[in-house]
Design a protein around this ligand. Structure first.
Ligand code: NAP
Length: 194
């Protein structure tokens, strides 16, 4: 990892319960736009109606497993940051950006948000300060209402982690996650997989 290098870094935070092919599509599509792309699994997500099923460490390990399933070009850019998983208490993006600044003093951050995240953004902790600390790029789901931010249509497959969990609970399998993530889910008996 290059530190203090003036790189452009895309930050994709998420609960990743589990990380799925929609997330990987976003990373692969944006890989060409940034010097690096960081995946930041949340520890204890704020504003989620329910607690994640998989433990923070398991969600982190699924992100790490998923990296190996990316295209080679995307693998060269992508890495996982454990800052929120290692911290106790709720995960706030403002706090994360502040902590990351210490490690990456001269790099330019772009916070990559999905449509739902973009529409809840004003309720986050210190949204105006977040906008000063990072650019914001919204990856639009097809047909989604436009947000107030810079947007990019990425045509990610229409998958949600909830769909994946439901499918696994009902059938024990899914084609909506990558190979290594499926192997991890099975090894750890997550989401009712067999
Ligand atoms: P998530 O469900 O795991 O998804 C991660 C991101 O990928 C989301 O922005 C999501 O968009 C996007 N995405 C997933 N599947 C997609 C698809 N098929 N097509 C297009 N986009 C897709 O993550 P999350 O729980 O929403 O959390 C997102 C981030 O917001 C996290 O870093 C969290 O910490 C942060 N957050 C911070 C605060 C705060 O600081 N107070 C409050 C809430 C959230 P959608 O948003 O459309 O699902």
């Amino acid at each position: 990892m290059k530190f203090n290098s003036g790189n452009s870094i895309g930050l994709l935070g998420g609960t990743f319960d589990p990380i799925h092919l929609g997330h990987l599509h976003i990373i692969e599509t944006l890989a060409g736009k940034f010097d690096q792309i960081a995946l930041i699994p949340t520890g204890q997500p704020w504003m989620k109606p329910e607690t994640p099923i998989a433990k923070p460490k398991q969600r982190l390990e699924m992100c790490e497993a998923a990296l190996e399933d990316l295209t080679e070009a995307a693998q060269e850019k992508a890495f996982v940051i454990d800052i929120e998983v290692e911290k106790s208490g709720l995960s706030y993006t403002f706090d994360t950006l502040q902590s990351l600044r210490a490690f990456f003093p001269r790099d330019n951050f772009t916070l990559i948000l999905g449509t739902d995240a973009a529409f809840s953004f004003n309720k986050w902790k210190r949204p105006e300060d977040i906008k000063k600390m990072a650019e914001i790029l919204v990856v639009k789901r097809p047909g989604a209402k436009p947000s107030d931010f810079k947007e990019l249509e990425v045509n990610a497959p229409d998958i949600s982690s909830t769909d994946v969990r439901e499918e696994l609970a009902a059938t024990g399998k899914t084609t909506k996650v990558s190979k290594n993530v499926m192997a991890y889910i099975k090894q750890n008996g997550l989401y009712g997989s067999k």
